[in-house]
Write a protein that binds this ligand. Structure first.
Ligand code: ZN
Length: 419
C-alpha cells in the first residue's frame, strides 16, 4: 500500500444543488429548464467550468447523452457537451456521491464521526456501511488537491505558514506526515516513510507545484518551523528566499530541560523570567531584534549566577544555535510566532491515523486518505461551543464556501469539473 494518489483521467464531474430530489426528476424531462438550472447554479458559485485549454468556454452547452445508474434505483445522470471544444461534463445531482452507492445522508454521518475521531469501523456502523466503503469515500475525496480546493474558496496562497512533520506509526513502520498549515487551514498533508530532507522536500514539492500551477509568481515570505534539521533543509531548498523562524512557545517549553541538577523552584523561576523576556521582546516593535540580543545575553548571565556555570554554558550554547530563528520571528511582524495551530491540526489527524492500518491493501493510497481527511479538517464546521462555532476553517481564514451545507461544499469543491 505504497501508492501515491493517482488521477486516472480528466475528471469533469460537477455536483449541482437541485435543492430537492423531486426537482431533479422534474427537470430531467425538460432539457431547457435543466440546462438553465445548471448554468444558474454554476454562475452563483462564481466558478469557471474546465473546458479544453484552447476553448474560451464561450460556446453553448448541449445535452449530450445520459446513462442510468442501476444501483441507485435507476437514477438518470445527464452529460453536457461544449459545442466548441467538445468536452463532456457529467452532472451529478446533490443527492448522489460520485461513483458511490452510498447516500449523502449516510456519508454525512459517517464522515462527521470520522472527523470527530471515531474509528472507521465504528463510523461505518452508524450508516450500516462497510469500513472499506467509508475508506474508499475518503480516498475519493482526497484525489482533488488541497490547493485547488482552497483557492476555489477564494483564499490567497499562503505567504507565511507553519511547517512540521508529525512522527507517527502505520502498522509497525515509522511514518512521517509533512504538513503545511496557515491559520486554521491545512494546505498540505503528505506521507513519507523516511525522515530525510530529500523525502520531505519531495512531499512539500507537491504543494509548491500545485501553488505555482495556480499562480506562477507565487513566493513565500516566512515559514515557522520546529527546528528539525530535515524540515529546515527542505524549506531552504524549496523556498530559498523565505525567512525561517523558530517557534517561540517551544523556546519557553524547552528551557527547563536545559537546566539540570537544580531545585525545582529555581527552575520554575527561570522559566517564568524567560517567559517575561519573550513577552516584552514581542511588544517592542522596531527595537525588537536589537533588544533581544541583549536580553538573551543578560538572561544567560542570570542562569550562570543562579544555576551554576554548567547550566549557564549549556543555555548559552542553545541560544547560539536557535537565536537566528528567533530573530527571524521578531524581525517581521507578519511572521507567525508559535506553532500552536499546527500542533492542533496534527492532534486532530493523529487520532485518525490508526484507522489506516485496517485498510491496508495493495491498491490503496495513504496519500489520498490523508488528503481526504485534510479536506474534512478544512470544511467541517466547528461545533457549537467552539470559538468559531458554526464556521469551518476556510471561513475563519476569510474564504468563501459555496453553500451553507458542509457536505455539499465537500462534493462541489472536490469535483473535478471546475477550473
Ligand atoms: Zn469548451
Amino acid at each position: 500500500m505504497r501508492n501515491p494518489a493517482r488521477q486516472t483521467r480528466e475528471n469533469r464531474t460537477i455536483t449541482i444543488d437541485f435543492q430537492h430530489e423531486a426537482t431533479y426528476f422534474q427537470l430531467l424531462g425538460d432539457g431547457k429548464a435543466f440546462l438553465e438550472c445548471i448554468l444558474a447554479f454554476v454562475l452563483s458559485l462564481g466558478f469557471q467550468l474546465k473546458h479544453k485549454a484552447t476553448c474560451g468556454g464561450g460556446g453553448c452547452l448541449t445535452r449530450h447523452s445520459h446513462y442510468v445508474r442501476v444501483r441507485l434505483g435507476g437514477m438518470t445522470i445527464w452529460r453536457l457537451q461544449c459545442t466548441t471544444c467538445k468536452v463532456v461534463f457529467t452532472i451529478l445531482p446533490h443527492c448522489i456521491l460520485r461513483y458511490r452507492q452510498m447516500r449523502p445522508d449516510v456519508a454525512r454521518k459517517a464522515l462527521l464521526a470520522t472527523h470527530g475521531g471515531l474509528s472507521l469501523a465504528l463510523c461505518a456502523v452508524i450508516g450500516a456501511i462497510s469500513p472499506m466503503a467509508l475508506y474508499r469515500l475518503i480516498c475519493a475525496l482526497g484525489h482533488q488537491s488541497l490547493v485547488a480546493m482552497l483557492t476555489r474558496c477564494g483564499l490567497p496562497l499562503p505567504v507565511y505558514f507553519l511547517s512540521d512533520e508529525k512522527h507517527s506509526h502505520c502498522l509497525r513502520e515509522k511514518v512521517y506526515l509533512p504538513t503545511l498549515v496557515q491559520g486554521r487551514v491545512n494546505w498540505h498533508l503528505g506521507y513519507t516513510e523516511e525522515a530525510s530532507a530529500a523525502t520531505f522536500t519531495q512531499s512539500y514539492q507537491e504543494f509548491q507545484h500545485a501553488a505555482i500551477d495556480q499562480e506562477p509568481t507565487y513566493r513565500v515570505r516566512g515559514i515557522l518551523i520546529d527546528g528539525f534539521d530535515s524540515t529546515a533543509k527542505s524549506m531552504r531548498t524549496l523556498f530559498p528566499g523565505a525567512r525561517l523562524g523558530n517557534c517561540l512557545r517551544h523556546a519557553i517549553n524547552k528551557l527547563p530541560g536545559k537546566l539540570t541538577a537544580i531545585a525545582s523552584p529555581v527552575r520554575k523561576a527561570l522559566r517564568s523570567q524567560f517567559h517575561t523576556l519573550w513577552y516584552r521582546a514581542r511588544q517592542r516593535q522596531g527595537l525588537r531584534v536589537f533588544a533581544l540580543g541583549q536580553r538573551l545575553h543578560h538572561f544567560a548571565d542570570r542562569v550562570t549566577h543562579t544555576a551554576g556555570t554548567a547550566n549557564g554554558a549549556r543555555v548559552r550554547r542553545w541560544f547560539q544555535e536557535k537565536k537566528a530563528g528567533w530573530y527571524a520571528v521578531l524581525a517581521d511582524p507578519q511572521m507567525p510566532a508559535t506553532s500552536t495551530l499546527l500542533d492542533q491540526a496534527h492532534n486532530a489527524i493523529d487520532r485518525k491515523l490508526f484507522m489506516m492500518k485496517g485498510c491496508h491493501h495493495p491498491g490503496g493510497s495513504q496519500q489520498a486518505l490523508l488528503t481526504g481527511l485534510a479536506h474534512l479538517y478544512n470544511l467541517v464546521p466547528y461545533q457549537r461551543r467552539a470559538q468559531h462555532a458554526g464556521q469551518c476553517g476556510v471561513e475563519v481564514e476569510g474564504g468563501k464556501v459555496p453553500t451553507h451545507d458542509w457536505l455539499l461544499n465537500l462534493q462541489i469543491l472536490t469535483s473535478g469539473g471546475f477550473r
